[in-house]
Design a protein around this ligand. Sequence first.
Ligand code: FAD
Length: 289
Amino acid sequence: MSAPLWSFEVFPPRRNAPLGTIYRTLDGLEGLHPDFISVTYGAAGAGSDSLTTRISSDIQDRYHIPAVAHLTCLYLTRDEASGIAHGLKEAGVSRVLALRGDTVEGRVPAGDFAHAADLVGFLADQGFEVLAACYPERHPEATSMDADLAHLKEKVDAGANHLISQLFLDNASFYQFLARARSAGITVPIEAGIMPVVNERQIRRMVRLCDAELPEKFRTMMDRYGSDDVAMRDAGIAYAVDQIVDLVSHGVDGVHLYTMNDPEVARRITEATASLFGHDRTASDIVAA
Ligand code: FAD
């Protein structure tokens, strides 16, 4: 039985933030030995590609960790996508998480890539290793879970060989999704996306994303500790560790940690779960790193 994957997501510095901040984050993540680090792509697209490409390339060249560059396609023309693909190849980045991206009000899609599956096929044809996103609690625009799974299967059929899930707080929803995906003929590895909820901003994001789906256990924790920064941090880390232990016990293919560029949170979670992920990673290696 092979060990589950352990991977991280980071985002490029927000507008006006110095580029150096991402390297401080990566310095902190380096010793945690992730199997790969993925780098997000700005929702509106414009200008994001160069930053995502540059950081992905640095993750590989400076930190010697495999990188996955995210790319969204709704507002890209085919020519623009070709240019970005060329830039990624030049930078030595061969893995891309192909996404449609969210719709932006008032902005007209370019029309060349209506769905992520279109970008998956485009990149797979050019020799990239392509990953795609999946949604254990269904994508908000999908009319049903069956419809969403049918579209997920299209991404896999178009060439996605690895899926990373949207964050979720209730593992039961992930297990149900996994069973349905497998019976729909989706056989590629599916990593579980976990976001440690450690502050008020993330609580608000979670409430927005999960709507009424917040588990009772999480709500109780939030009510009790939501206004105490230190306690919320401890409780959020413990909640994520608990989810991860349960996921790995259930034999998941891997866990993708949404680090929110906070290496301290990633370190504490990695320390608490290191031996579950095998490799030669041990708690003492991490402490020494
Ligand atoms: P799709 O797979 O195209 O699906 C979107 C919706 O369209 C779904 O409801 C699906 O069921 C439906 N659909 C698909 N194909 C068809 C079809 N043929 N006919 C009709 N309906 C169809 N956003 C960013 O801006 N930058 C990022 O870096 C980023 N990273 C992400 C990483 C992960 C792991 C995840 C889970 C999400 C990420 N997102 C990111 C958010 C993502 O862009 C949004 O969730 C977006 O709304 C959907 O993108 P998708 O690739 O899943 O789209």
